[in-house]
Design a protein. Structure first.
Length: 188
C-alpha cells in the first residue's frame, strides 16, 4: 500500500501528460501530491520533513509552471529537490557534525557509527547523481523524453534502496518496542 501511495502522483502525472499535455499533468501532479500528503498525514498523524519539502516544491514549481506557462519549472523541480537534499545532508555531516540519517532512522535500528557515516555519504552522492541526471535530461531532451525518464527513472531509487538494504543488512539491529534497552526482546 505504501508503494502505491509513493508512486500515486507520478503515475497520475505520466497518465495526464500522455492524455493531455505538461500543463494538465502539472495540475494533476499538484492535486495528487496534496492527496498523497493528506493520506500520509491521516494515517501517520505526521508529515516528515521530506514530505513537507516535496509538497512545497511541487506546489511552488507547479504554480510557476502553470502561472508563467513555462514547463521548465516543473522539469527542474527534481534537480532542486535532490540538490537541496545533498546540500542538507552534506552540511549536517561535515559542518554541523550531525548525521541526519541516524537522527531520522536511529530510533528504528542500530548501526555501527562507521556504517551510519558511510550511509550518509552514499546518500549525498546519490542525491548529487539524481540532481545531475535530471538536470541533464531536462536540459538536453524533449519534454516527452523527460516525462518518460520521470516514470522509468524510478529504477534508480529502487536500485539504490535495494543496494542500501543489502549494505546495512549485516549490520542492522532492529530496536524492539518491548525491550529496547537490552535488545533481548520481552522477558517471559
Amino acid at each position: 500500500m505504501k508503494l502505491l501511495i509513493d508512486f500515486f502522483p507520478i503515475l497520475l502525472f505520466f497518465g495526464a501528460y500522455k492524455l493531455y499535455d505538461i500543463y494538465v499533468a502539472t495540475a494533476v501532479l499538484m492535486v495528487a501530491t496534496v492527496v498523497q500528503m493528506a493520506t500520509i498525514y491521516a494515517k501517520e498523524r505526521n508529515l516528515e520533513l521530506m514530505h513537507k519539502v516535496t509538497l512545497v516544491l511541487v506546489l511552488g514549481f507547479g504554480a510557476l509552471t502553470l502561472g508563467l506557462h513555462d514547463e521548465r519549472f516543473i522539469k527542474w523541480k527534481p534537480t532542486v529537490l535532490y540538490g537541496a537534499m545533498a546540500l542538507g545532508l552534506a552540511f549536517a555531516l561535515w559542518i554541523s557534525r550531525k548525521n541526519f540519517l541516524r537522527a531520522l532512522l536511529g530510533t528504528q535500528m542500530e548501526l555501527p557509527e562507521a556504517v551510519w557515516q558511510r550511509l550518509n555519504l552514499v546518500w549525498v552522492l546519490y542525491c548529487v547523481f539524481m540532481a545531475t541526471i535530471n538536470a541533464y535530461v531536462a536540459a538536453y531532451y524533449s519534454t516527452e523524453d523527460w516525462v518518460n525518464f520521470k516514470l522509468w527513472g524510478y529504477a534508480f531509487p529502487l536500485v539504490f534502496i535495494l543496494g542500501q538494504g543489502l549494505y546495512i543488512a549485516p549490520h542492522v539491529k532492529l530496536k524492539s518496542s518491548d525491550n529496547a534497552t537490552d535488545g533481548q526482546g520481552p522477558t517471559p
